[in-house]
Design a protein around this ligand. Structure first.
Ligand SMILES: Cc1cc2nc3c(=O)[nH]c(=O)nc-3n(C[C@H](O)[C@H](O)[C@H](O)COP(=O)(O)OP(=O)(O)OC[C@H]3O[C@@H](n4cnc5c(N)ncnc54)[C@H](O)[C@@H]3O)c2cc1C
Length: 396
């Protein structure tokens, strides 16, 4: 598949090809379970096509991984193999299309990444070389610390470090995106209910006709599960491994210090146009916190909050100048939905012809392209070859 073919597909997708699709078919009632970025974007595409769509969430939109994510839209290193990398590149293009329809706050300024651990660095460069073999498809370049310092003067890059500059990456304000998309769903006549938990499907003569939820019975002729880390429970199969936690800090509005996404040793960060800086940790949870984390909380007890904030800012100060007076507004912990083989899980469930699943890590990066393709498959009854490698049938 060539890049121009991908762009052609995106242009087709952008040309409102789905608008009015529902008019020619018996009235479908599509239920989307899960109002994270994936479910919300899918429900948006469906409602825009004029379908009767109902989006439910057991807590509230953006309450799980999406609202506690680092929100980096990335397509380059270390996304391998080629098809996954290219799918992610299309994710970027699809966001550009979506941004014309919905007011999304996305900063497209690329990312800079480097490593202090020599072993990690050399492993990363082996992957990077493979990626650069994709040549023109992947806008990634290796620059030295002097060049990087010109791009980001507030950052101290290691002296002789090689820096990976991924030019097409962006950072999105995910909470704001979810809010805007939910407004559009309602505007197009879709329905959103929360807190509303999916409990079970009701099937007669092999056909889905409703679901049981915590708010009672809801009519549905098709279900799309976009339940993030709850996907195994929803589909009663194992498609995800144990989720891993990650801590995100958001600062109060701060003077502008960086323009690009900075993926430094132990910490990654980006700054939005409103001055808010996001910090994400790379190390993961210490084993001593295992018991406290067994219920997968999104909040952190006060004592640990201070400890985590101090640790993360201390690491940040080793490579960022001028942040001594920064104030942290929010600290949260998110849990990553991690498919068994790392690749997205998207498609109809075998032996359950009315039930579709869409779950993935890098759901922020992929939501726009996934939603376009899912809406097309569900509404037109077609099968997109772009999703061939990501089908749930490889696990269930
Ligand atoms: C710390 C951290 C940093 C990350 N950084 C990035 C990044 O920089 N870039 C990137 O692309 N990805 C990143 N990710 C991954 C990304 O956030 C996720 O892949 C993405 O948010 C998944 O979106 P989702 O909509 O599938 O799931 P979620 O956002 O988790 O939404 C699922 C929703 O389903 C609901 N639900 C579950 N069960 C039911 C039920 N029975 N009934 C009704 N509702 C139900 C939940 O309440 C939830 O709101 C990160 C994740 C974490 C945790």
């Amino acid at each position: 598949m060539k890049r121009r073919d991908f762009l052609k597909i995106l242009t087709l997708l952008a040309s409102s090809s789905l608008l009015g699709v529902s008019g020619s078919k018996p009235k479908e009632k599509i239920l989307v379970v899960g109002a994270g970025i994936v479910g919300v974007t899918i429900a948006y595409e469906l409602s825009r096509a004029g379908v009767d769509v109902h989006l439910i969430d057991k807590k509230y939109p953006g309450s799980q991984a999406s609202g506690n994510s680092f929100s980096w839209i990335n397509a380059t290193y270390p996304k391998l193999p080629f098809n996954y990398n290219f799918f992610s590149q299309m994710g970027i293009e699809a966001y550009k299309v979506l941004s014309k329809e919905v007011n999304l706050k996305i900063k497209w300024s690329g990312s800079l990444e480097w490593f202090e651990d020599n072993e990690i660095e050399s492993d990363s460069f082996v992957k990077l070389e493979k990626l650069m073999g994709y040549k023109k498809y992947t806008p990634v370049e290796v620059i030295n610390s002097k060049q990087a310092s010109k791009l980001e003067p507030s950052i101290t890059f290691g002296d002789s470090r090689r820096i990976i500059f991924s030019k097409s990456d962006g950072a999105i304000d995910t909470d704001a995106a979810i809010e805007e998309l939910t407004k559009k769903i309602l505007m197009y006549g879709g329905k959103i209910s929360f807190p509303c938990e999916y409990l079970a499907s009701n099937i007669k003569s092999g056909k889905l006709f409703s679901i049981d939820s915590s708010l009672g019975e809801i009519e549905a002729t098709k279900i799309i599960f976009a339940g993030g880390i709850d996907s195994n429970a929803l589909v009663k199969k194992t498609v995800l491994k144990e989720p891993t936690p990650g801590i995100i800090l958001r600062s109060k509005s701060f003077k502008k210090i960086i323009d690009r996404m900075v993926i430094g040793p132990g910490i990654h960060m980006h700054q939005q146009d409103d001055g808010v800086i996001y910090f994400g940790e790379q190390d993961g949870a210490p084993p001593t916190h295992k018991e406290r984390l067994s219920n997968k909380p999104n909040n952190i007890p006060d004592f640990y909050k201070v400890q985590h904030i101090n640790n993360m800012l201390e690491k940040t100060r080793t490579f960022v100048k001028n942040i001594s007076d920064i104030e942290i507004d929010k600290i949260s912990v998110g849990w990553r939905p991690l498919p068994l083989d790392g690749l997205p899980v998207i498609g109809w469930l075998p032996n359950q012809k009315d039930t579709y699943i869409a779950t993935m890590h890098s759901g922020i990066s992929l939501a726009a392209i996934v939603a376009k393709l899912v809406a097309q498959e569900v509404l037109e009854g077609t099968s997109s070859s772009l999703l061939d490698e990501f089908r749930p049938t490889r696990f269930v």
